[in-house]
Structures are given as C-alpha cells and as structure tokens.
Ligand binder design. Structure first.
Ligand code: HEM
Ligand code: NAG
Ligand code: NAG
Ligand code: NAG
Ligand code: NAG
Ligand code: NAG
Ligand code: NAG
Length: 373
C-alpha cells in the first residue's frame, strides 16, 4: 500500500514537472540541464528560410487562413503580429512554432523582410526558445482562465519582458499587454486618444513619435526601475513602427492605420475582412527609416532611472549609431549570461542559432564566437 502511493506520488511528480518541449533552457543550472535535456526529443538543425520570391501586396485573410478563436490551451503572447498569424493559421494555431515557421509566417502574412525576420526571430529563439527541440512559443502563458490552469512550468516562450532582455531586468512600462498578456484597455485608450488628437483618427508616424515620447516620459515619472537600454531600446522604437508598416492594407499603403483595424489586431488578433498584406517588404532599411521618423522629433539616449524622475543615460548601451554593438552585446552579454557554459547538443545548437542570427548582418558586422568557432 505504502509502495503504491509512493509510486503514484512519483508518477504525479513526473507528470507535473515534465518539461514542456517549447520552454527555454536559458538560465538553468548544469544539474537541471543534465536532468531535462535527456527527456526532450532533439530536433535536427534547420536552416532559416530565404526571402519571398513574390513580395507583392496580396490577400492574406484568405479562405485557407480563417480567423478561429484561440482554444483555452492555445498560447498567445505579447506580440499582436504573431498572435494574429497564429489565430489565422499562418502559424500553428497552438502558438508553438519552429523559428523557420515564424520567419515564413511573418514574411508571407505581413511581408516582413528576410533580414529583419531572421534577426528578430533568432534573437527571440536564443533567449526564449528551446534550442534542443527547436521550438518557441509565442507567449509565456496560455489564455486559460478555467479552473484547471496549466502547471507553473508553462512559462518561457515570448514572455513579454524576458525576451531580448534577460530575466533580471524590470519590465518596460509601455505595452498594451499586462504580464498575463491580456489586452489592457486603459493603455489602448491612450493610443486612441493620441491617434484622434494628432492623426485625425489614424495612427501614423506623427502619432507614433509623440506617443512613444509620452510613454518614455510617463515611465520616467512613474517607474523607479525604468530601464531603456539596448536591446529594449531598439525593440521599443521598432514596435512603434510595426503597426504602420504591417497593419495598413497593402492596397491603401498611405501610412494611416485606422483605429478599428488597429483594435482588431491588438485586441482580437484578427486581420480585417479581405486584408491584403503590405506590398512593401519591411526589412532593416525600411524599419530603420521608420525608426528615424519616430526618433528624430524627440531624440533620446538609452539609459535607466535611478529613482523616480531621475533618468541617467547609459553610454555603455548601444544606440542607433551602433547597430553592430546591439548584435555584439546581445550575443556576449544576453546570450552568454543565459548560457554561461553549454555542452553537448546544447552547445551545438547555440553555435548554429548564433550563426543564423548573424546571417543577415553579413559583412556589415564582424561575427562574434563566444563559444568558439
Ligand atoms: C519576427 C518575429 C517577431 C517576434 C519574435 C516578435 C516578438 C515580440 C515581442 C516579444 C513583443 C513584446 C515586447 C514587450 O512587450 O516587451 C512584441 C511586440 C510587438 N510586436 Fe512583435 N514580434 C515579431 C514580429 C512582429 C510582426 C511581424 C509584427 C507586425 C505585424 C509585430 C508587431 C508588434 C507590435 C506592434 C508590438 C508592440 C505591442 C505593444 O505595444 O503592446 N511583431 N513582439
Ligand atoms: C523562391 O524561388 C526559388 C527558385 O525557384 C525556390 O527555390 C524557393 O523555394 C522559392 N522561395 C520561396 C520562399 O518560395
Ligand atoms: C490579467 O490581469 C488583469 C489585471 O491584473 C485582470 O483583470 C485579468 O482578469 C487578468 N486576465 C487573466 C486571463 O488572468
Ligand atoms: C493597464 O495599464 C494601466 C497603466 O499602466 C494600469 O494602471 C492598469 O492596472 C492596467 N490594467 C490591467 C487590467 O492590467
Ligand atoms: C498624421 O495625420 C495627421 C492628421 O491627418 C496629419 O496632419 C499628419 O500629416 C499625418 N502624419 C503622417 C506622417 O502621415
Ligand atoms: C524595483 O526594483 C526593486 C529591486 O529589485 C524591487 O524591490 C521593486 O519592487 C521594483 N519596483 C517596481 C515598481 O517595479
Ligand atoms: C551614440 O553614442 C555615441 C557614443 O556615445 C555618440 O557619439 C553618438 O552621437 C550617439 N548616437 C546617437 C544617434 O545617439
């Protein structure tokens, strides 16, 4: 009798603590890695996809990609772009994908350029993906609200503030999604108010510049731990550009995002009926030009608060003149910080994924090899 209950107990423990195939291994101890990695089904290394051959505007809310509400077990996260791709089946609807699937989906569904798609996806994969199984989840938590929530093991994935940042840095105070990744109407109302006031009811670059600036000022005034250094510094400005680059119908292409369309993407993860993706492929050059439009009205150096209202610039953080430093610091500080001494299959996968991350930089930035060539 005693033995049976011990066995039941053990079985229960093993089941409860089974390590999800998409959960990141970042930050785990040698002992944890040695225990977990043998339980995972290792995947072969997969090359990143190349660019689209046809980058024209085209129907992407098509009959083979209908919107279907996420099931309680489907994972959604802080990114309205990826959430929408999953809810239309351009990504697996459960929200768990390989990096190649993500690159293909952002290219096909939104016409993101190959350089940007590969760089952002592999950066996310290195921090938040499972390098052994080659899977990444698009959110840190399920949308489950029922009485039987998943085990606490369901963290990792594109957990809003962990991605691109490392787990120790406090959250940026400026996303439409709270820590549980639910849409926050209060914050979206500010987006609406700015768009009404400065964009005549649309979100455009004029609105984007002022709204980003207001978010920064509000964070400085309210968040004693506000941190605005690379890579978050880059992604914050890029995220101001993305709705204009990707959420405006490709046949309209006037840089004016109406608020009904915006709400559809942000709140409901849906393309408008009959939506055409952009006919402009937005890669490094295009997103850089967009960032300039957001940045130039209010140039602002990377840094962090030392107490409320006391923002101190950080000369050690990469800024917009130092794109290679963004890459180098991400590899040498963020990735190495999360994986200080990898071995075996993990080491092999890290080297491969770091190579894929560098791919789009080509000869523009020298490649760094923290784990040897
Ligand atoms: C290429 C792979 C992509 C990855 C890995 C990714 C990841 C993320 C993550 C982690 C965030 C949350 C940042 C934070 O709150 O700290 C985010 C936000 C955002 N993403 Fe993506 N994203 C990708 C592609 C896209 C695409 C294609 C679009 C547009 C179609 C997009 C639009 C946005 C926007 C607008 C936000 C800001 C949301 C907010 O302010 O609450 N992303 N993304
Ligand atoms: C683009 O065309 C080339 C040559 O026809 C083909 O090998 C490749 O798979 C195509 N790429 C995509 C994304 O369809
Ligand atoms: C998310 O958090 C907000 C505020 O903390 C709460 O109102 C909402 O019910 C939460 N949603 C879920 C799905 O837990
Ligand atoms: C939404 O964001 C506002 C402003 O940051 C915050 O005060 C509020 O608690 C958030 N609401 C939810 C439901 O998370
Ligand atoms: C944004 O919209 C406002 C109002 O229509 C307009 O005055 C402004 O020029 C627009 N800005 C851009 C960059 O399109
Ligand atoms: C700021 O960081 C400190 C130390 O890590 C922590 O105790 C505090 O809760 C944080 N405050 C906020 C508002 O996040
Ligand atoms: C970036 O930082 C460097 C070194 O501190 C500085 O010379 C340069 O002007 C800065 N560039 C921008 C765009 O802020």
């Amino acid at each position: 009798m005693v033995r049976i209950s011990v066995l039941l107990c053990l079985a229960f423990t093993l089941r409860t603590f089974a390590f999800p195939a998409y959960q990141s291994l970042a930050g785990l101890s040698r002992e944890e890695l040695d225990r977990i990695i043998p339980t995972l089904q290792a995947s072969a290394i997969e090359q990143p996809p190349g660019p689209l051959n046809d980058t024209s505007a085209k129907l992407v809310n098509d009959p083979t990609h209908p919107w279907i509400a996420a099931k309680p077990t489907d994972i959604r996260g802080p990114c309205p772009g990826l959430n929408t791709l999953a809810s239309h089946g351009w990504l697996p609807r459960n929200g768990i994908a390989t990096p190649a699937q993500i690159v293909n989906a952002v290219q096909e569904g939104f016409n993101m350029g190959n350089d940007l798609a590969v760089f952002v996806t592999y950066a996310a994969m290195l921090v938040d993906g499972n390098l052994i199984t080659n899977l990444l989840s698009i959110g840190g938590k399920t949308t489950l609200t029922g009485p039987d929530p998943p085990s606490p093991a369901i963290v990792g994935g594109l957990n809003t503030h962990a991605v691109f940042e490392g787990k120790a840095i406090p959250p940026p105070d400026d996303a439409f999604f709270g820590d549980n990744h639910s849409f926050n109407e209060t914050l979206f109302d500010e987006f609406i108010a700015f768009s009404n006031r400065l964009g005549a009811g649309n979100y455009n670059f004029t609105v984007a510049a002022e709204f980003r600036w207001q978010r920064i000022q509000e964070s400085i005034a309210n968040n004693p731990n506000y941190s605005f250094v690379s890579p978050r510094y880059y992604t914050a400005y890029a995220e101001s550009v993305f709705p204009i680059a990707f959420f405006v119908d490709g046949r309209k292409a006037d840089g004016q995002l109406d608020l009904i369309t915006a709400r559809g993407f942000f709140q409901d993860s849906t393309f408008p009926t009959g939506f055409f993706r952009s006919g402009i492929s937005t890669g490094f050059n295009e997103v850089g030009a967009g960032i300039a439009q957001v940045f130039i009205p209010h140039p602002f150096a990377p840094g962090r608060n030392q107490g409320v209202g006391n923002y101190v610039p950080d000369p050690n953080s990469a800024n917009f003149s130092q794109f290679c430093k963004l890459y180098t610091d991400f590899v040498q500080q963020t990735v190495v910080g999360l994986y200080p001494s990898p071995t075996g299959a993990l080491l092999t996968a890290l080297k491969a994924n770091l190579g894929f991350l560098h791919g789009p930089l080509g000869s523009n930035c020298p490649e760094v090899f923290p784990y040897g060539q």
